[in-house]
Design a protein around this ligand. Sequence first.
Ligand code: ADP
Ligand code: MG
Length: 368
Amino acid sequence: MKVLVADDDIIVRKLLNKLLSSWGYQVVLAADGDEAWKVLNDSDPPQIAVLDWVMSGKTGIELCAECQKAGLPVYRILLTAKEKDEEMMYALDQGAHDFKSKPIKPEILKSRLAVGKRLVEAIQDTMRAERLAAVGSLVAGVAHHFNNLNLPVLMYASSILKKTDLDTKTRKKVEKIEKAAIEAGDLTEKLMSIASNKHQKKELADLNHLTNDAIEINSITFDKDEISVRTDLKSIPKVLIDINDIRHVVVNLLGNACHALIASPEKKIIIKTGMENNQLYLQVTDTGCGIAANKLQKIFSPFYSEKGEFAEPESPFYKVKGVGIGLYASKNIATDHGGDITVKSQVGHGSTFTLWLPVAQEFDYLVT
Ligand SMILES: Nc1ncnc2c1ncn2[C@@H]1O[C@H](COP(=O)(O)OP(=O)(O)O)[C@@H](O)[C@H]1O
Ligand SMILES: [Mg+2]
């Protein structure tokens, strides 16, 4: 996190620079208030500012007040020789978020900076969630309109293909139109299912059966990438699910497992089903790259992907495509079924994703 240190005393600047850098902050220094104001209005401004009260140019108080007026989202700590309560109250009223009299013990400054960092991160998370929700509804809206526009294309292409007197060249062209329209329809349906909980068609199904279907769908990738797949499917009761949706979840988990194995010397996927605490589970374990602990929550966010354009060139994910909706949509599907998806992982060793589903109740058997 970037922190501005504005103080006209070079010794204080140097000391704070050394301390803050050793605590992992990226420090930007300003020798007076005017220079600090420029830094605060930069295109990539700091998120925290440690400001001296009395400086040449703008004072720390003036900086706090102007940041407040301009709505600059920077956490402002006033570090000053002043120490009276009235002065502290005045500083806070003017727009400072924290106030500390000099001299300050390094460990106290460290804790106060940590408070600022936590607040800044919490605000960033909220803003990100709001932005994602807005993007989500925009995507759903666009997808919906696009689907309406696409329907006549598909309909007319299909009806033209029913004609028997088409010459071969025209038939080939129209077949291409129909194929593209079908693909566009599939894609928009996927996008719409992210935001809107489309009506599910639930029926009693065998999770082991469905697992074998999903393995079959991914079998070309398994063979091509020389991945060995082992199954351990226990005898389990039936489950009330939308078969297409849950199959989609399993195919997704297997697809992610394949990607995770790209650079692994040991390319194994183990798929288990069974029952635990009165819940059915389907578990996909890979011996792939694994996921860092601080990312285990993030991977379920919409549009979070580390693949393709989002990957570093040296990452094994660089050469595969990712949109970042697979796990988000899968978790939604699981919770819509009264279940969940959990994950355990160890970087460099692999990951285990578990899909949990409730066992069908007696009255569920009346549905089919
Ligand atoms: N089995 C796995 N091993 C390692 N990382 C994974 C695995 N599954 C998912 N991930 C991480 O979670 C991110 C989000 O996954 P997902 O929602 O399916 O989107 P996408 O696959 O399009 O990137 C991936 O980009 C990847 O970083
Ligand atoms: Mg995926």
